[in-house]
Write a protein that binds this ligand. Structure first.
Ligand SMILES: CC(C)(COP(=O)(O)OP(=O)(O)OC[C@H]1O[C@@H](n2cnc3c(N)ncnc32)[C@H](O)[C@@H]1OP(=O)(O)O)[C@@H](O)C(=O)NCCC(=O)NCCS
Length: 177
């Protein structure tokens, strides 16, 4: 398996991976829109390929923490692995590679709204208790799904506020079930 940063020629493959993984086109369309959204930049867009077949993709886009302009931050969304390749660690490798790229360019915090049983293995922990609020309120029963990964020890607790995503992602429909 090969992991590589995507380019302009990969949009069809990226769309197809998300469509297959999610069984619909909503996340696929969101991903393509985010890749074209200037307010999402810089992005980290990584494709997993097996013998030239696209089998997984992860996208990290820029977020801003209101009241903390000095901390660069990103959000993981979405992550997808095609159904016949799930459960083999490919999703994990995509997440790790993305986090490595964020660390290399000095990002301080990475966020995700995801399964609390999956993301803690990559260093994510509940974000709300640190005063880092999701773009739209997460219902109490799902509060553990809003998570943050800190790349440096001095950030959590010091940096607080609402997390504002790229325009494409900062819409209530993506945050309220
Ligand atoms: C979630 C997903 C990306 C994981 O990719 P993967 O390559 O199968 O993941 P890995 O092999 O690295 O890890 C497998 C683990 O993911 C867990 N997992 C799989 N799908 C999951 C889901 N939708 N939610 C939470 N955990 C999930 C498995 O239970 C397994 O956990 P375990 O290691 O404790 O047994 C993939 O299953 C997928 O594309 N699902 C559909 C799209 C989706 O739900 N994306 C996530 C939301 S953005």
């Amino acid at each position: 398996m090969l992991l590589r940063t995507t380019g302009r020629d990969d949009l069809k493959s990226i769309f197809s991976v998300h469509e297959q993984a999610f069984g619909g086109t909503e996340e696929a369309r969101l991903t393509i829109e985010l890749l074209a959204d200037p307010s999402a930049r810089p992005v980290d867009s990584i494709l997993a390929e097996e013998e030239s077949r696209a089998i997984g993709h992860v996208l990290f886009t820029r977020v801003r923490i209101q009241s903390a302009e000095d901390v660069a931050a990103a959000i993981l969304a979405p992550l997808a692995v095609v159904p016949d390749r799930q459960g083999r660690g490919i999703g994990g490798e995509l997440v790790e590679e993305g986090l490595n790229q964020l660390a290399e360019r000095g990002v301080g915090l990475a966020f995700v709204l995801g399964h609390p049983g999956y993301y803690p293995r990559f260093g994510f922990q509940p974000a709300g208790i640190h005063g880092l609020r999701a773009p739209y309120p997460i219902p109490a029963e799902h509060a553990g799904a809003w998570m943050v990964r800190a790349f440096r020890d001095d950030i959590l607790g010091r940096v607080r506020g609402r997390v504002a995503c790229a325009e494409t992602l900062d819409q209530e429909k993506y945050w309220v079930e």
